[in-house]
Design a protein around this ligand. Structure first.
Ligand code: ATP
Ligand code: ZN
Length: 293
């Protein structure tokens, strides 16, 4: 009997690729060495990766060439906004929490455009014509959409457009070009996609469960500390998202207990400082390698 292997479309190179490979690695997928530029085989699971441009990932999954894909929501929803048909049969199987960015409207800082309504009869340059058009027309704004492949941020300076709609993460590129964002069209992150009508598959389900574990463990930390017995409640109130900490005796110290807790929310330096201020000592914060509920 031939083994059924699932195919996952992943960006070959770029901002999504790194996070996708890191996630697969943490989920225990070991890739075999191979010369194939398109297909990478996993040596320990019945799955293969198809390495392509991110813009092609939704079509590869929609057509059935791949079972899953890892792509930015921005690309998925742009393709869905732009085209009818099979791409609309795709759905998000899991939000992956990396490659976070936002599609934003932006205009020259010293100009007169400060909100979407100001774009009436103006020209907006973007690589996301589908999402931009949908956003503006939903608000009854008629603007001239100018599609550009890249370098959208130079359009206002070159008098190609009055404003832009572009992906922003830190805002540094906008700032360097004298632009300021004024409205968010879409918040985006990397997502795992599949066809809505895809039959259940065991490997896919295992992978999704493992991805969930990896995502949960990213910000979950294990905290160990010693606390004065009479300040235990204060300590517990400070621990971020700790369900049921273990409290154990400390040999030779009647007034002190050891506290072990799994914290599901971010543990900052300020958290440690607060813990110290209520008397906690020997505070250790450890990363969690794997977790399963
Ligand atoms: P490809 O060659 O695969 O078409 P690309 O040049 O279109 O690559 P990248 O720049 O690698 O794409 O970005 C891929 C995705 O990473 C984007 O579609 C978006 O989801 C995400 N991303 C995260 N932060 C940013 C950012 N600051 N600018 C652009 N994209 C970002
Ligand atoms: Zn692309």
């Amino acid at each position: 009997m031939t083994e059924t292997r699932i195919k996952i479309a992943v960006q070959k190179k770029g901002r999504l690729a790194e996070g996708s490979f890191a996630l697969l690695d943490k989920a225990g997928v070991k890739l075999a060495y191979g010369k194939d530029q398109l297909l990478r085989r996993a040596e320990n699971m019945a799955l293969d990766l198809m390495l392509i441009r991110d813009d092609d990932i939704p079509s590869f999954v929609a057509s059935g060439a791949c079972d899953y894909g890892i792509v930015g929501e921005n690309v998925l929803y742009e393709l869905q906004a732009d085209r009818a048909g099979r791409l609309n049969d795709l759905e998000v199987a899991l939000e992956l929490g990396f490659a976070k960015c936002a599609l934003k409207l932006a205009a020259p800082k010293d100009g007169t455009i400060a909100c979407a309504a100001d774009l009436e009869s103006k020209a907006v340059a973007t690589s996301y014509p589908g999402l931009t058009k949908a956003y503006l027309s939903a608000r009854g704004i008629r603007a001239d959409i100018i599609e550009m492949g890249g370098s959208v941020e130079v359009a206002p300076r070159m008098h190609i457009a009055d404003a832009i709609c572009d992906l922003v993460s830190t805002g540094a590129t906008l700032d360097a070009n004298g632009l300021a964002a004024f409205e968010t069209v879409l918040e985006s992150q990397a997502v795992m996609i599949k066809r809505k009508d895809a039959p259940k598959d065991v490997i896919g389900d295992i992978l999704i469960e493992r991805f969930k574990g990896v995502i949960a463990s990213r910000q979950t930390k294990y905290i160990l500390l010693n606390a004065p017995k009479d300040r235990l409640d204060d300590v517990r109130n400070i621990l971020p998202g700790a369900q049921a900490p273990t409290v154990a005796p400390v040999v030779g110290r009647d007034d002190v207990v050891a506290v072990h807790a799994v914290c599901t929310e971010a543990v900052f330096w300020s958290t440690l400082e607060q813990l110290k201020s209520v008397g906690a000592q020997s505070i250790l914060v450890l990363p969690i390698e794997k977790m399963m509920a």
